[in-house]
Design a protein around this ligand. Structure first.
Ligand code: SF4
Ligand code: SF4
Length: 359
């Protein structure tokens, strides 16, 4: 299936391992079994590799039983890269026509094609905030989910313009540019390569691109800055704009994969402090942020497992405490899992500046 020596080491090592990373795996909580662990996944890949079982629709579905959180690799004493093997195996599943239907349905979303419901708010926002400008925000499509989220993006643009002292352009991730990481993890290698090239061109035509996507931030290096970091570096100015707020304490749920791509914890703490929120990071016993199982590809193919992984995390750590989390997708997954007072960091900031109790 995949011949790269590092991949072979991972496939053999994990399939012969006594499941040592089982306890850190959110997919194990989601499946309630060993199937979604590094051991389970690599055992399937090894069996196909050795011709014990044929590649099929069923084995392809199993390849998506993983949130790509990277916690197994962080835990593994051998540094085995389960995610890299799965990315290669998923690309083969897509090219051989075995990818699950839910993955094929994701392709339009990954290509950045807006749904009918997203077109109107996108057009409205584009009319208010020109795409031109030496500095632009590459905003995630999650802002287009409802009138309320579109209104919050409007407020974010006003805040960014005030902080930058100039007009900031507004672009939408996917439609205007994308880091390509999600497409690659889903198995769409050609699309991912094309998106990476297009994003580099987009960034080359600006003095600075502010991005929400960790993959884009990592891929572009100094040509881009993550939105949270951009705001945290201007925390004093944020505090000067959003004055007179009552202090409060909030739990900070670290994303999982995002932390491994761009670690935002310190920036998030500084940014929340600017709006008078003291953030206490929620970590597991080993000092690592846990994963809620809400990653988009996993949740699309295994929705029931993703819901169980979220409920398990809420039960273990989140309770009903007010909680901030790194991205909007984690926030909505945790809300559906029962953590009703959990919102994205940026939503807490915008709500506090608008003097709302919750976003
Ligand atoms: S990632 Fe490491 S600890 Fe986990 S199953 Fe593979 S070899 Fe074992
Ligand atoms: S990347 Fe995360 S979800 Fe996937 S096998 Fe490793 S720990 Fe489990």
């Amino acid at each position: 299936m995949t011949t790269a020596p590092a991949h072979q080491q991972t496939i053999r090592g994990c399939s012969l391992c006594p499941r040592l990373c089982h306890h850190v795996c959110p997919a194990a909580h989601g499946a309630g079994s060993e199937e979604g662990t590094a051991w389970g996944l690599m055992t399937i890949v090894a069996a196909i590799d050795e011709g014990v079982i044929p590649a099929s629709q069923e084995t392809a579905e199993a390849l998506y039983r993983c949130t790509d959180c990277g916690r197994c690799t962080a835990f593994c004493k051998h540094g085995n890269e389960v995610g890299a093997v799965l990315t290669a195996a998923r690309a083969e599943a897509v090219s051989s026509g075995h990818a699950p239907e839910a993955v094929a349905a994701l392709e339009l979303e990954l290509e950045g094609i807006l749904s009918d419901d997203e077109q109107t708010p996108a057009a409205h926002l584009r009319a208010r905030h020109a795409a031109e400008g030496a500095t632009a925000l590459l905003a995630g499509a999650h802002w287009l989910e409802s009138d309320a989220s579109a209104a919050r993006l409007d407020r974010l643009m006003l805040l960014l313009n005030a902080l930058a002292g100039t007009s900031i352009g507004l672009l939408f991730e996917g439609t205007d540019g994308s880091g390509g990481g999600a497409a690659r993890r889903a198995g769409f290698a050609e699309l991912a390569d094309r998106q990476a090239t297009e994003l580099a061109t987009l960034a080359a035509n600006r003095s600075l691109l502010i991005v929400e996507c960790p993959d884009a931030a990592a891929a572009l290096g100094t040509k881009a800055v993550h939105l949270t970091r951009f705001l945290a570096e201007r925390a004093d100015a944020v505090a000067a704009i959003c004055v007179g707020l009552a202090p409060a304490t909030i739990k900070l749920h670290g994303g999982c994969r995002e932390r491994r791509v761009v670690n935002l914890t310190d920036h998030e703490i500084r940014l929340l402090a600017a709006v008078a929120l003291t953030a206490e990071p929620l970590l597991d016993l080993r000092g690592e942020p846990e994963c809620c199982g809400g990653e988009a590809i996993y949740a699309a193919v295994w929705p029931d497992d993703a819901a169980r992984a979220g409920r398990s995390l809420v039960k273990r750590t989140l309770g009903c405490s007010p909680t901030a989390t790194s991205n909007a997708r984690c926030a909505s997954h945790l809300q559906r899992s029962g953590a009703s007072a959990t919102f994205a960091v940026i939503d807490w900031v915008l709500a506090r500046c608008a003097r709302q109790e919750t976003p």
